[in-house]
Design a protein around this ligand. Structure first.
Ligand SMILES: [Fe+2]
Ligand SMILES: [Fe+2]
Length: 186
């Protein structure tokens, strides 16, 4: 039987695959902006709402617990992992900045195209780089110590509103875009 830590790591990796899909969508919309085309701001807002209610609220705190568990287990083997919490903080800030841009545009406030483009690119770049680092370092160190890791993430159990079994209707734009992507891939 899989340990709780092993299940947690499986969930985290699945979240990364899901977030990679969303980052591709963000990048496509950024390309539209770059080509002076109007991006789908409702879709962008859905993506950034998901990043707030799921990635920032559930996914990243679980990873903070993995880091805390590794440090508690053998502090010297957790060297260099401190950045996980700083990265999460930075991502939350970049994400809320981008979400605020999008909400302002939808509300009719003038914001320069360059600003939205820069904020979208910064967010995509930072999150991709962060996930790659976690997969190469944080997750691997956790894999190596699954048997001794003590992680209680029971307060972070939440259904994923977009990729989970119960999809929330409020994410209709995003659900539609994901289905479209999946259909294109076949
Ligand atoms: Fe993370
Ligand atoms: Fe992550």
């Amino acid at each position: 039987m899989k340990s709780d830590a092993a299940i947690l790591l499986t969930e985290l990796r699945q979240d990364h695959r899901n977030m990679a899909v969303l980052l591709n969508l963000l990048q496509e919309e950024a390309l539209r902006l770059e080509q002076h085309d109007r991006p789908d701001y409702e879709l962008l807002l859905d993506i950034m709402r998901y990043m707030t209610v799921y990635s920032d609220a559930i996914h990243h705190p679980k990873e903070d617990l993995v880091y805390a568990g590794l440090r508690a287990d053998q502090p010297n083997l957790a060297d260099g992992l401190e950045r996980v919490e700083d990265d999460h903080q930075e991502l939350a800030e970049l994400g809320s900045r981008l979400r605020a841009d999008i909400e302002s545009i939808i509300a009719g406030t003038a914001i320069t195209r360059d600003r939205v483009l820069d904020d979208t690119k910064s967010y995509v770049h930072k999150l991709r780089q962060h996930m790659a680092w976690e997969e190469e370092d944080l997750f691997r160190r956790a894999d190596a110590r699954l048997d001794s890791l003590d992680i209680d993430a029971s307060h972070l159990v939440a259904t994923d509103p977009v990729f989970g079994a119960h999809r929330e209707a409020s994410f209709a734009n995003l659900l539609h875009a994901i289905e479209h992507e999946a259909a294109d891939a076949h």
